[in-house]
Ligand binder design. Structure first.
Ligand SMILES: [Fe+2]
Length: 314
């Protein structure tokens, strides 16, 4: 499949299709998504409805602080046995909004609610925050999925909205959000792309299928040490905080008294909120891609294809 990805990234879709057809795929993502250099976004107040991007979110002090906690090689990753080239099972933390927990993430969430409520009015119903992070290689990806409580083990519940904060830029592929909702009976017809950029935030409706496609393989500006570092925040009207032992979904955010090394800087506070956030956010219009799925050899399936019949580059 790696060779099919390389062919797609180099504009040789017909050759890729020969491989993909033999592998049983019926659809692949459209060429633009794989050719990351074509995915420029533009500064604009124009809304696309279910995806919003803002640049210039955090001031340099808070950005550096969060990047220090989640950068490659930081305690946080070793503590969770996280493998950067092959991330382990999902784990996240959760807390009640405006309670006594959550530290800098609570403050970031409050700021986002205040500044994004025009785009997503339901975000005002947020009572719980779930957060998690990723540190991926440039070629790393995250298969298309729905954000759901406890990964949908008992029932599938989606957050009101989810967001991605890009703590560094340039490395890795874009975030792809599609118009395929949990209740959809058909494949997505269109999607929106958000390329990674330092201090960018992408927020999207919580019931939409989304993921990360691989970074362009021939980008000579990327070194083997560079990582795509992101912090994700999901906004919930209701959420069960799980106090179960070990790592997993929605574990209680470590309290202020915690001695966990990575939790201490996260729970620190800065007296003046103006010290953490920029007062001029830059509105960016997501890049709309339509269609996003291309039938291989033009064969349109009469029924909803299986998940593993759709090539995402993974
Ligand atoms: Fe997600």
């Amino acid at each position: 499949m790696r060779s099919a990805l390389l062919l797609c990234q180099n504009g040789k879709e017909n050759e890729a299709d020969e491989i993909l057809k033999d592998l049983g795929f019926k659809y692949r993502l459209c060429p633009k998504i794989f050719r990351c250099e074509e995915l420029r976004v533009t500064e604009s107040d124009e809304s696309v409805g279910c995806v919003s991007i803002r640049d210039n979110i955090l001031n340099s002090y808070l950005l550096d602080k969060l990047y220090g906690i989640f950068s490659s090689g930081a305690d946080y990753w070793a503590y969770h046995n996280y493998n950067e080239s092959n991330p382990c099972e999902y784990f996240s933390y959760a807390f009640q909004l405006n309670g006594n927990g959550g530290g800098l993430i609570n403050e970031t969430a409050e700021f986002l609610i205040e500044n994004l409520c025009e785009d997503f009015p339901a975000i005002k119903d947020t009572k719980y925050i779930e957060w998690w992070a990723h540190c991926r290689e440039h070629a790393g990806s995250h298969q298309l999925h729905f954000d759901s409580d406890d990964e949908g083990r008992t029932q599938v519940l989606n957050p009101i909205v989810s967001c991605v904060l890009y703590l560094n830029g340039g490395t890795g592929g874009p975030t792809l959000v599609t118009d395929q909702a949990l209740t959809s009976r058909n494949l997505a017809t269109k999607g929106w792309i958000c390329p990674p950029k330092k201090n960018r935030m992408c927020m999207f409706r919580g019931d939409l299928l989304h993921g990360v496609t691989p970074g362009q393989s021939d980008n000579e500006l990327i070194s083997s040490h560079d990582r795509r570092v992101t912090l994700m925040i999901a906004f919930w009207s209701d959420l069960k905080i799980r106090n179960a032992p070990g790592f997993g979904s929605s574990r209680a955010h470590p309290g202020n008294e915690s001695n966990i090394p990575w939790a201490k800087p996260l729970n620190s506070s800065i007296e003046n909120a103006a010290d953490k956030f920029n007062d001029r956010l830059i509105h960016v219009r997501p890049n709309t891609i339509e269609p996003i799925w291309i039938p291989i050899h033009g064969t349109v399936s009469s029924t909803m294809p299986q998940y593993d019949e759709c090539f995402q580059g993974i």
